[in-house]
Design a protein around this ligand. Structure first.
Ligand code: AMP
Ligand code: MG
Length: 422
């Protein structure tokens, strides 16, 4: 059996840094036009610019009376009401002189001469005059023209994942369509003689392919288009053929066949294809045998790879279903994000108080399925009892992972621990 050309077992942090380094060199290029309502989750390929000053006029932020703050030096103060301005008025807005006020609504333009708005709660109206019981400082309850953004300034950067706020900003400058990066195609190749399609009836010792389906969800969430390949048997020739096929996509993710077993052929087949291995394991659980590398490339991929060194990146994720999910999240996701045109997103960790003791062997950083409950300072977390990294049913009950550092063998109940949400 051919040994991998290079590669090694790295700590979690080292392995993550290797992936992030490679991901950060990817330059996505292909883009397409997308209607704003379908753009949620897509990555902007153009900056969204302010098409005018925002706000375009000095905007009242309260219902009340537009005033000159200096008129309210002594209180209560009586001002003459010369009119009313509602949001979206047409025609010229009358200027405000000393001793005068104008009734104004939220979202309406403040009249020239006014420098503040007194909230209606502090006023009482008597026909053409209003008595004001509370002073204001200059600028209060008015957002000056251009204070949020100047004409031509960047509202949302290229490379931003479009969320509801970014989409609202695009809408506010009239972008019915936005340029977004093309989604990368991510090939998914499950391997294993025992693994069968979900629409076939498994024999007594066969199992249905679930990994391709969890990966498809994770790939879509990370911005990619999953392309499920046929299941590869533990047979080098057929595996080779399917790997070749997978390398036509922008990224290849394999599951299974990366452990130390006699029929774990993924590394062997990749070595024969002159793969370069960046790591062949990470000191984590679940997911220790995770593999990351690249292969000299034949054909340019759609999402773009850095010239002049063209190569295809691949991951070999362990076949145990939870290992597959966890290693995608920790290592493959940044690659999909970069190919999608975004920068790799940092992992997010919360903190919670452990409900019951954890005892493990030291040496591996562990991401153990757990249930997080409570909020803020009452956050509590408890491991889900599981039968190991094949126990999808346990994982389904969990809503997070407790992160156990590699140097800890015992974490007592009551200690604050790092939690990675899922
Ligand atoms: P392997 O990484 O090939 O040694 O597989 C580890 C475990 O994961 C074995 O119990 C496999 O049967 C299981 N497994 C491998 N591939 C899949 C898959 N696509 N779906 C569900 N389970 C799998
Ligand atoms: Mg296998």
């Amino acid at each position: 059996m051919a040994a991998p050309s290079t590669g090694s077992v790295l700590s979690f942090e080292e392995a993550r840094a290797v992936v992030e380094k490679h991901a950060s060199h990817i330059v996505a290029t292909d883009h397409e036009s997308c209607s704003l309502l379908s753009a949620a989750g897509r990555i902007l390929a153009e900056p969204i610019l302010a098409d005018r000053d925002l706000p375009p006029f000095p905007r009242a932020t309260r219902d009340g009376y537009a005033v000159r703050a200096a008129d309210l030096k002594s209180l209560p103060s009586k001002l003459r009401v010369i009119g009313e301005i509602k949001a979206g008025p047409v025609g010229p807005i009358p200027p405000l002189n000393s001793g005068e006020t104008i009734s104004i609504m939220t979202g309406a333009p403040a009249p020239p001469g006014a420098d503040a708005v007194v909230m209606i709660e502090y006023t009482s109206r008597h026909n053409d005059s209003v008595e004001i019981s509370k002073g204001v400082s200059s600028g209060e309850n008015i957002v000056p023209r251009g204070a949020e953004a100047k004409l031509g300034s960047v509202l949302v950067d290229r490379g931003t994942r479009l969320n509801e706020t970014a989409i609202a900003l695009a809408a506010s400058v009239g972008k019915a369509k936005v340029e977004v990066f093309a989604r990368p195609r991510v090939a998914v190749l499950s391997t294993g003689d025992e693994v069968v399609d979900i629409d076939s009836r498994p024999g007594p010792t066969q199992i249905r392919n679930s990994n391709s389906y969890s990966l498809a969800v994770q790939i879509e969430r990370a911005g990619g288009i999953p392309e499920l390949l046929p299941i590869a048997p533990d047979e080098p020739k057929r595996l080779h053929g399917l790997v070749e096929q997978g390398l036509k996509s922008d990224l290849l993710i394999m599951t299974g066949g990366v452990s130390m077993g006699r029929y774990d052929l993924v590394e062997q087949v990749l070595s024969e294809m002159h793969a370069e291995f960046f790591f062949t394991g990470a000191k984590i659980q679940p997911g220790r045998p995770v593999v990351f590398g690249r292969i000299p490339h034949h054909e340019r991929s759609r999402a773009g790879v850095p010239a002049p060194h063209r190569h295809q990146y691949f991951f070999g994720l362990p076949g145990n279903p939870i290992s597959t999910v966890v290693t995608f999240e920790l290592f493959a996701k940044p690659m999909v994000e970069s190919l999608s045109g975004s920068s790799p997103q940092p992992l997010v960790f919360l903190h919670a108080k452990l409900k019951s003791d954890i005892r493990v062997k030291s040496g591996l950083k562990r991401f153990l399925p757990a249930i997080l409950s409570g909020e803020h300072e009452t956050s509590q977390v408890e491991l889900v009892p599981w039968q190991g990294s094949g126990d999808l049913a346990a994982q389904a009950r969990a809503n997070c992972y407790v992160v156990v550092p590699p140097d800890r063998e015992h974490i007592p109940a009551g200690e604050w621990v790092a939690v990675m949400p899922r």
